[in-house]
Design a protein around this ligand. Structure first.
Ligand SMILES: [Zn+2]
Length: 227
């Protein structure tokens, strides 16, 4: 098995970028999204996602190493929320710096937000905003792609989960077994993908990976990158 990064070539237009086979999200990022969603109750919230594109077994994947909340000064409402932009930028910079010290280059890779129960899809406005990000040079998107996950409270009887665990069949520590999470609200996450080639949002499979496994993969990727 071998890992390598998708060749980043500036002369190649982002149109050639292959749709990722799945999203690999760290357990830390998933926990943060889950907790922020539960804490927000009926209100909306969200945050940024930090990660990178990798190739594993000749297939492209998007890796999410970290997620932020909306910031302590965010304005959370029933159907909208306005994040504390400064806090988000700070969170993003911190993660990029931490990973750079490990020799791994990560960057802004998208944004997640919470929707009211049952609204597991992107709104027309969400898609429009996503398309604006795709073409905004300030975001400096190397592959012309972003992910826009939607988190919702699924209720205690829901069997629908937009996530799986990679590497192991065991439930990681601190996670309740979702289908039997009696009496507890559970969080559903639907991971939508937008690119300059596919501006209409595709839902991709989401796999939650243990921190260590994901870091090992990224370490191997960056080793190949520098060799
Ligand atoms: Zn929305």
């Amino acid at each position: 098995m071998s890992f390598d990064t998708e060749e980043a070539s500036l002369s190649e237009p982002p149109r050639k970028v292959q749709i990722p086979s799945a999203i690999l999200m760290s357990q830390k990022a998933w926990s943060l999204i889950r907790e922020e969603t539960l804490r927000a109750g009926k209100k909306e919230t969200g945050g940024v996602l930090v990660g990178c594109r990798v190739t594993y077994d000749s297939k492209p994947f998007l890796v999410v190493v970290a997620a932020s909340g909306a910031g302590s000064k965010a304005d959370r409402q029933l159907y909208t929320y306005a994040p504390e932009v400064e806090a988000l930028q700070q969170a993003l910079d911190q993660v990029c710096q931490d990973y750079l010290q490990k020799g791994v280059r990560v960057d802004y890779i998208g944004e997640w937000h919470k929707h009211p129960k049952g609204m597991t899809y992107l709104s027309r406005e969400d898609i429009k905003q996503g398309q604006t990000i795709l073409t905004d040079p300030d975001y400096n998107l190397e592959y012309g792609e972003i992910i826009l996950p939607i988190a919702t409270l699924a209720g205690k009887n829901s069997l629908s989960f937009g996530w799986l665990f990679g590497q192991s069949d065991d439930q990681p520590d601190g996670q309740e077994s979702p289908p039997n999470g009696k009496g507890k609200d559970v969080v559903e996450l639907h991971t939508y993908y937008l690119s300059q080639l596919h501006p209409e949002a595709l839902e991709l499979e989401l796999m939650i990976w243990e921190e260590g496994a994901l870091d090992n993969l990224l370490a191997e990727v960056s080793l190949l990158q520098s060799s």
